[in-house]
Design a protein around this ligand. Structure first.
Ligand SMILES: NC(=[NH2+])NCCC[C@H](N)C(=O)O
Length: 399
C-alpha cells in the first residue's frame, strides 16, 4: 500500500503566478499517494546552488588568504589583506581573484548538496521538527554525512596548497590528479586521511551552523533580505568558531606524511605536539581570515538556499511528509495558524474535516500576511491516529 500523503497550506491570497488566488485564509488540501516528496529533492538542489553562490562570493577571499599565507615573511609583497586584494585587482583584475575557482565550485557544490539535503530531510522527518534540538541533531548528521566527501577533497586541497612545502616529487595539475596519485601511492586509507578529524570538526561545525541560523531567523516575523544575509553570515562565522581548533589539527594531519614519514600518531598526538610546540595560539592560527571569508560566503549560501526553498514552497504551496506505517501526518508551513487549529478543534479528525469541508474555517482562521511566520525549515505536524485514517479517506472521498 502506498503511504497517504496529505498536504495542505494556508493561502494568504497571493498567487505565485501573480493572479489573485483564493480568499485570504483559504486552505487548500491535496491528497496524493506519492512516496517521494518533492521537498526531498529540492533540499539537495538548493544546497548545490547555494554552495555555488557561496564559492562565487567567497573565492576572492580564499585567493587573498592563500597569497598572504604563501607570501615571503622576510620580504613580503603584501602589507595586509586589503593591500593584497588591491594588488591582485590592479595586476590581473577579476581573473586573478577568480583563478582556480573550478575545483571548489564542483567540490563545495557537492558537499553543500549533501549538507542541505541530509539536514533538511533529517530535520523534517524527526519527531519534533520545530525544536532547535532537531535542527542541532540534523546538523550533526549532515556534518557526518558530508565528511566522507569533504575529507578527501580537503586532503587534495591541502596537499595542493602546500605543494611547495611537501615534496612529493611530483607536480600536481589539480585535485583529481592529486587524489589519483594519493590512491596509487598511499591506497584508500591514504585518500581518507583526516576523515576522523573531519567528522570531529563537522559535528559541532554544522550543528552550530544550523542552530544559529535557525535561532536568528526566529527572532523576527518576516526576515528581510539584509536580515537573512546577516543571519547566514553570522551562522557561518559561529560554525567556524565552534570548531576551529579541531580544524587546525585536521589540517596538520592532512599535511602530514604517511607511514614512516608521519610525524603524528593520530589526532590526539597531533594536537598535543602542536600545543607543546607553540602554546594555545596553535589552535587559532588563521582564524581571522577564516572568519572574514565565512561571512560573505555563508551569507550568499544561506540566502540562495532560503530563496530556492521559499520559491519552491510558493510554487507548490505545500510542505509535505510521508509516513508509510506511522500515523498519517499533516504538515503545514505556518506554525501560528496551525497552533490556532490545534487549540480550537477538539480532535484531529475534526481539524481535518474542517479543512476538507471547504471554507468551513477559512475566515475563522484567517491570518493577515504579517501574522504568518515563514520558517524555511519548519514543518508542523498533526498526527492522526491510524484508525481515523481509513474513515477519513472514505468520508472525504479521498483515494
Ligand atoms: N566548520 C564547518 N565545516 N562549518 C560549516 C561551514 C561550511 C561553509 N561551507 C564554509 O566553508 O564556511
Amino acid at each position: 500500500m502506498h503511504p497517504i500523503l496529505i498536504i495542505f497550506r494556508f493561502n494568504n491570497g497571493e498567487d505565485p503566478n501573480g493572479r489573485r488566488g483564493s480568499e485570504i485564509g483559504d486552505i487548500q488540501l491535496k491528497v496524493t499517494s506519492e512516496t517521494l516528496s518533492p521537498k526531498m529533492v529540492v533540499d539537495f538542489v538548493a544546497g548545490l546552488l547555494g554552495g555555488a553562490a557561496g564559492v562565487l562570493v567567497g573565492h576572492p577571499f580564499d585567493t587573498v588568504k592563500v597569497h598572504l599565507q604563501t607570501d615571503n615573511p622576510h620580504n613580503p609583497k603584501y602589507k595586509g589583506t586589503l593591500h593584497c586584494f588591491r594588488t591582485i585587482m590592479q595586476k590581473e583584475s577579476f581573473r586573478g581573484l577568480y583563478r582556480g575557482i573550478s575545483s571548489p565550485m564542483g567540490g563545495i557544490g557537492l558537499v553543500n548538496a549533501i549538507v542541505f539535503g541530509v539536514y533538511g530531510n533529517v530535520q523534517r522527518f524527526s519527531n519534533d521538527p520545530n525544536s532547535l534540538k532537531s535542527h542541532f541533531f540534523a546538523g550533526s548528521i549532515a556534518g557526518v554525512a558530508q565528511s566522507f566527501v569533504c575529507a578527501p577533497m580537503e586532503l587534495a586541497k591541502t596537499r595542493l596548497q602546500l605543494s611547495s612545502q611537501i615534496d612529493s616529487g611530483i607536480k600536481f595539475t589539480g585535485p583529481i590528479h592529486c587524489l589519483k596519485y594519493i590512491l596509487k601511492t598511499e591506497g584508500i586509507r591514504g585518500a581518507f586521511k583526516g576523515l576522523l578529524a573531519t567528522i570531529l570538526r563537522d559535528i559541532p561545525g554544522f550543528s552550530a551552523y544550523f542552530v544559529s541560523f535557525e535561532f536568528m531567523m526566529r527572532q523576527v516575523e518576516t526576515p528581510n533580505v539584509l536580515y537573512t544575509l546577516t543571519a547566514g553570515g553570522l551562522a557561518g562565522m559561529s560554525s567556524w568558531l565552534a570548531c576551529y581548533p579541531i580544524d587546525v589539527v585536521k589540517t596538520h594531519m592532512q599535511a602530514d606524511g604517511l607511514g614512516k614519514n608521519a610525524k603524528y600518531n593520530g589526532f590526539v598526538d597531533c594536537a598535543i605536539k602542536g600545543f607543546k610546540n607553540e602554546g594555545p595560539q596553535y589552535f587559532f592560527r588563521g582564524l581571522n581570515s577564516t572568519l572574514i571569508r565565512a561571512f560573505p560566503m555563508n551569507a550568499a549560501c544561506f540566502f540562495v538556499v532560503s530563496w530556492i526553498l521559499d520559491f519552491c514552497n510558493a510554487k507548490t504551496g505545500m510542505d509535505s511528509v510521508v509516513h508509510s506505517d506511522q500515523p498519517l501526518t499533516l504538515v503545514n508551513l505556518d506554525n501560528k495558524t496551525q497552533a490556532d487549529l490545534e487549540t480550537t478543534a477538539a480532535t484531529v479528525e475534526e481539524v481535518v474535516r474542517k479543512i476538507i469541508t471547504d471554507n468551513a474555517i477559512s475566515h475563522q482562521y484567517a491570518s493577515t500576511p504579517q501574522d504568518v511566520v515563514h520558517n524555511h525549515y519548519t514543518s508542523s505536524t498533526i498526527n492522526i491516529p491510524k484508525e481515523s485514517k481509513t474513515r477519513l479517506s472514505s468520508d472525504c472521498n479521498l483515494k
